[in-house]
Design a protein around this ligand. Sequence first.
Ligand code: SF4
Length: 85
Amino acid sequence: MTRIFGLVLIPDRPCAQDPDLFYAKGPLRIERAKAICHPCPYRKRCLATAIELGETHGVWGGLSAPERQELAPRPRDPQPKGAAA
Ligand code: SF4
């Protein structure tokens, strides 16, 4: 199982105890994974990197994939015709 930016090499990361939980589908299990992330010392870096890399599966940094998608920067809307100066 791939965890980004070398977190797989950090044995004390909380998700190392039950990595499958972080790819669970059911809402209760997803909430359990998110609760484990909450006090994690790597949470901010984990979340930022998952968003930056566009990670589309699993719980990272305390957020599910749809929640991360809400925070991800969106491509700019094309300029409407005639709006250019
Ligand atoms: S924030 Fe969550 S997914 Fe990221 S390293 Fe910590 S426990 Fe693992």
